[in-house]
Design a protein around this ligand. Sequence first.
Ligand code: ZN
Ligand code: ZN
Length: 418
Amino acid sequence: MATLSRSEAVLTGLAGIRGWQEELYRDLHQHPELSHQEHRTAGIVAGQLRQSGYSVHEGIGGTGVVGVLRNGDGPAVLLRADMDALPIREATGLPFASTVTAVDAAGDEVPVMHACGHDVHVACLLGAAQLLADGTEHWHGTLVTVFQPAEETGDGARGMIDDRLAEVLPAVDVALAQHVLPAPAGVVGTHPGPVLSAADSMRITVHGRGGHGSMPQATVDPVVLAAMIVIRLQTVISRETAPAEAAVLTVGRIVAGTKSNVIADHAVLELNVRTYSDATRTAILDAIRRIVVAECQASRSPKDPEFELFDRFPPTVNDPDTTARVAAAFTEHFGGRSRVMPLQTASEDFSDLPTALGVPYTYWGIGGIDPDSYRTAEEAGRVAEDIPVNHSATFAPVLQPTLGTGTEALVVAALAWL
Ligand code: ZN
Ligand code: ZN
């Protein structure tokens, strides 16, 4: 009789947890919570981790939960799932669709939906945590599970770090995370090197001197100043960034003035930058400040411009060795269902955790779309039209094999170290 591999041995419990895992998923999906409001979800997570035998730390960075399972000497692996949902009115038609509304940070009542699939991430990580706790005879080391709030606002991981995360964590050797994507369910995808972009939004206020529209000589016009800045900023990517380096700079908003014959006294510009390396990111943000300051001087602006960065996400740059180790384990376990994931244009704040802890990381994708529907759409050349993507009101991952695959991926990847 052939002996089971260690991951096969741990995963023999998968069929046994399927029932509660699917039920848990439906419950989370029906009760989504906005970023920084994940109280119910965090309570469920903490209760389940305790039941699985983990020592649990709650309220880290607001609603963050950490579960630690020590199982003898050996490496320590951190597995992370994000918990928050989005202000979207669900239109999936699922029997367990959300009808929840909540009051957002601006004080407005908004519909809430797990449109990014973070409910999948939570259900998969709780399942993997249970299986690894049940199968401690097959591994040794320390398993650390991190359930993070507020990924969608880009400040949840940072909030946990700033609120004693390093104190409650044992030293870890590697950090791992996954995201459900609009790809066929059952498939896992790894990608070494840069995989998700950094995102930075910047609000810039430039000052003029207001006055009558008929007497420009007595004013400093912030509208003309803002226009010059927008044009000049177009050279940051085209003239200052290497052609092979992917980057985007978009001015998405300009606000100035109240009336056609009044020259305003200030203008506000809001822009968004996407980059794939820290060096390019720093260079572009510095170039923006330099150009704005110089244009203000050129326009005789009476006051220094103000800069405010918001909605910031770090780049996700998968460590090549860590990724190769996970990819090899995936190929052994999943065979042809282990693929290379293409570069993604989205952003994530997961990498803030390993960066702060000084450990390597990798972040992989799992498919969430019914394989038959996906194949039909692909054959018709209609993937873009027919397959809902994350953040869409109709994004509805199929329960299986999505939950099973995501759970297997976490177990297999963790056991590549443990
Ligand atoms: Zn999202
Ligand atoms: Zn997400």
